[in-house]
Design a protein around this ligand. Sequence first.
Ligand SMILES: [Zn+2]
Length: 285
Amino acid sequence: MHRVLLAVTVLSIAVAAGVATPPASAVPPPAVGSAGAPGTPGDRYAAQPPGKVSCRPGGGSRISLRCVIGTSVRGRAIVAKRQGPADAPQVLLVSGQMHGDEWPGPIVVRKLRRLAVPAGMQVWTVKTMNPDGRAQHRRHNARGVDLNRNFAARWRARPYAGPRAWSEPESRAMRRLLRWVQPDAVVSFHGFSESVDTTGGGRRARLARSFARLSGIGPATPVPCGGPCRGNLTEWYTKVSTVRGAAFTVEMPRSSRVARRCPTAGGTALPVVDCAARATLALLR
Ligand SMILES: [Zn+2]
C-alpha cells in the first residue's frame, strides 16, 4: 500500500513539474455523479453524494443520475433525478410537490423530464418530497405535519409545523439534496392561486418575476401563507445558499389542462403545465 502511495506521489510531482504524463490506468474513473476530481474548475458540488443519499446512473436518454435522497415516514423513497452533466455550471432544482393534494407540480416535472436541457445547465427534479401525502391525496405528511412549515426559517411551534424544525424525514431529505448540489435557482411548485411569489425581495423576487414573465403564470406578487410565513423551504434555502442561490414558490392554477399564452413558445397557447416546464428551463438563460 505504501509503495503504491509513493508511486502516485512521485508521479504527481512529476506531472506537476511538467515532466510526465500520467498513464491512463493511473487516472481513477469518475465516481457516479462525479463533477470531476474535487477542486477542478467548474465543480459546483462534491462528487460523492452525502451520507444517506444513494445514486445510480439514470438509465434513460434524458436522465443522467437517479438518487434516493431519503425515505418518508411510511418508508417510501424520495427520489431526485438529474438531467444534464454534473459539471454543467448552472444548477437548477425543481420541487414538484410538498403538499400531497397539489397535483400540477408533479405533472410539470414529468413534462420537464422529457425536454432537452440547455447546454451548460443541469436540472435536478424531485417529483414529490411528500410521497405519503401524495398516496393519500392529502396536504400533510403521514404524521400530519405541513412540510412547508418544518424548515429552519424562523420556525416556531404552531399547528402542523412539527415538534421542531427538521423533525420530519421528508424535510431532512430535501435539506440533504439542497445542501449538496447548491442550486442557483429552486422552483417550488404549489397550488392553486395561480401566482408567482415575490416575497423576500432581492434576487429571489427577481427570479420570481422572470418566471412569471416566461410562464404566463401571474401575477408576480407576494403570496401570503395564511398567516406569517414561517418554516418554509424557499426562505430557508435563499438564506443558507453558499452560491447566492435563491428559491421561490409558484402557485399553479387548479386545472393542469387550462391553456395560457406561452412566451417561450412565441406566444402561442399551451397547457399551463407545458408552459411552466419550458419557463423553468429558460429561467437561467
Ligand atoms: Zn402547497
